[in-house]
Design a protein around this ligand. Sequence first.
Ligand code: SF4
Length: 333
Amino acid sequence: MNYDVYAQKALSGILLDSQEMHAILQTPNDDILPLLHSAFQVRKHHFGRTVQIQVLMNAKSGLCPEDCGYCSQASNSDAPIDKYPLRPAEEIIDAARQAKANGAYRYCIVTSGRAPTDREVDAVADVVQQIKQDIDIDICCCLGLLNENKAQRLKEAGVDRVNHNLNTSKNHTPNIVSTHTYEDRVNTLHAIQKVGLDTCAGGIVGMGETHDDIIDMAVSLREIKVDSIPVNFLHAIDGTPLANSESLSPYDCLRALCLFRFVNPHTEIRVAGGREKNLRSLQPLALYPANSLFMEGYLTTDGLGVSDTHKMIADLGFEVKTMETENPLALVQ
Ligand code: SF4
């Protein structure tokens, strides 16, 4: 098999055909290195050896009325997690300052819930305005379903990007959640795009979906033209409906990341939640297709810390992308 064909097509802007996409997800373990090499050609062309680090802030946790089967904060979850309303502004701002000091390019403020109230949008917007005045860091918000008015309010406050994941394919969505639809999620992405905010949308692999579902999600994200794709791997949490899901192998994760890279060649691809649990000692290989990662854990699960994350990137011979390396003039001003 000549795996370079995938890179050639991706670099020419050609969408792989269905057979090729299935073949990627079925790549034999013995061929994982040539597959990664081919995905790396695409990653290197668009992003060089840079890695964007992103830090999450779980600004409001638990108590969500929705029933997303993977989520420890859902109404149908018994997982013993911390539950709290929107954290005080100073805490969110201090954590942004710390994220910047630790080399993060982007800070993502996340709140649980179906959709934010006007008051919550205002509160988050105020915090973002304060962060933007003091700290040179890109801001992403993930607040649930949004309409254009709320998205506009966030944009005016200085938010750079909004995340709202598709999570899975249109077909598989009803197996994962009953309280909102795939269309609700797509409509939120359109509202975000309409006001001129960057869009971040990805999904979770390992929720009992088929290869067709993974391919459908990758292609849908290409069609929606999102700017960033977080690829999560299910971290099955006790007390959630998906607690007993079959686990992924590290190779499954690498094959999925390669697929997302070939289908979305110039989009930021982030190896996201469940990285440590599912990729285990093969985590570094994920940065051949992906060019971005989370540091210091996720919403309710832990992850690789600051020093180990930087060490992994340095050991690979990759470099952390910062506002300063992207815009050298910022260093001399
Ligand atoms: S993923 Fe979001 S909307 Fe779904 S249950 Fe969790 S907090 Fe609620």
